[in-house]
Design a protein around this ligand. Sequence first.
Ligand SMILES: Cc1cc2nc3c(=O)[nH]c(=O)nc-3n(C[C@H](O)[C@H](O)[C@H](O)COP(=O)(O)OP(=O)(O)OC[C@H]3O[C@@H](n4cnc5c(N)ncnc54)[C@H](O)[C@@H]3O)c2cc1C
Length: 480
Amino acid sequence: MGLKSRKERTEQTTQPETPVGKGTQPLRADLRFEFINDYFLSDELRALKETAREFGERELNALVPDPRDTFIPQEKLLAALQNGASKEELEKLVNAAPRKVKRSRAQEFVGREGRFPMELWDKIASLGFFGIPFPEQYGGLGLGEMGNVAMFEELGKYDSGVAASIGLQLGLWEMPLFLDGTEDQRQQYLVPSIQGKMRGAFCLTEPGHGSDATNLETRAVEKNGYFHLTGTKQFITSATYADYFIVFGVTDPELQPGRGTSALIVPANAPGVTLGPHEDKMGIRASETASVRFDDVKVPVDSILGGNERRGKGLFSAMLAIDISRLTLAAGALGGSVAAIDKTLAFAAQREVAGGLLITKDNFQQDIGRCVAETYNMATTVYCIAKSVDDWIERGRPMQGYRSPFTVLAAVAKSLAPVKAREVITNALIYHGGYGFIEDYDIAKMYRDEIISELFEGTTFTCQKEIMKWVRDAGEYNLH
Ligand SMILES: Cc1cc2nc3c(=O)[nH]c(=O)nc-3n(C[C@H](O)[C@H](O)[C@H](O)COP(=O)(O)OP(=O)(O)OC[C@H]3O[C@@H](n4cnc5c(N)ncnc54)[C@H](O)[C@@H]3O)c2cc1C
């Protein structure tokens, strides 16, 4: 038995849609990781994971018509054109035309000009995803870092672009507000954001300063009770639809490098704010990225995140939020690996090579066996670290200070999981043979999506440098 032809695949996909929650592929490699669930997850966390899985199946894995396959008989089209059909009439014709092939919603994002599926925002908020780690008093679910990694592992199985957009809202907009914001700021910005009524973005990177944020060029000059903010921020996720930005700018240049930077909360519609072009990315196309320019933007001095006592401490806020977010990125990479193995097993279970199914071949078992082991390793690393962070906080030792133990642990996870996920997904793609190179199979999209987790929020090298700082200064603080 060989693989199905495109025609056969077409026929298959026009059959009744897969029931919600059942998935579109019969084999699930994540069943092999049940041990992680048994060992690490409370009933509440399992329920959260299940909710995230259902969301993925229903909203991201659901089959949608593929506009590439719209078929309009030539004579119908010619007649419409000869009769001087309007744009609306032509659109109606196209929409009414039969569509043969269906693709998953997540696959459709590839062709969507890199836009977030905004129709999902309220749904995501109603499931509580924007509030997973935060206390209930702010409308959160109070599920800590374990909740975070459980959700991002699941979302990473379906679409890394949607996961990155949720990750940005939760990890780099809400988390700094929660950790370092004043109570008023939490009420004003965090609470509506968790409810999905407000959106934010995080503006740290500049065209000339990415990995090293200690010498930012953005300036916030104080005059008559206002900061005048000037500078450009590069690669800002969700900038295109954010209501507010946290902008990192130098308020006290005499304290540079690093220590004179403050985090300012800036309305996206403030005069002097301009968005750059929307970036055309190779992957995670469901997340939106643009540069943002600030030209003498006037913001009140009380816009400093955490109030005046956190003036000059903005980079500490940035790094702490990034640390937490690094662990969730590692969880997403874990999810991507699990899904890649899942898809490859399903593929190999029906692909015949040299007179037998691919799944029975020694090289396949050896390579995918190694991938499963690597993925299992990722899972234990990610969940162990998340658990130790939650325990750390429970024992009354907050994650404060730039070089908290969590900084090293997050760097360990972030330096390992994305690299391993790339290896796993590459292997998975290779075992798809030529089909791995074809967009009808999810693995090509997963391959492109995965690379970003080695780049943003600190490249692998940046994380390794962080680990080496700790090794060098070992003894200065303990991990537990
Ligand atoms: C899709 C996307 C979304 C993003 N979203 C955001 C966002 O929302 N907010 C935000 O602020 N930023 C965001 N970023 C920016 C991202 O965090 C940076 O791109 C990343 O930190 C790397 O910085 P850089 O691109 O300037 O690379 P560089 O710092 O110029 O690094 C280039 C290369 O040099 C290496 N390198 C760096 N330092 C050294 C050194 N000392 N010695 C030797 N080699 C070194 C790096 O590892 C890398 O391989 C996003 C980026 C992308 C692509």
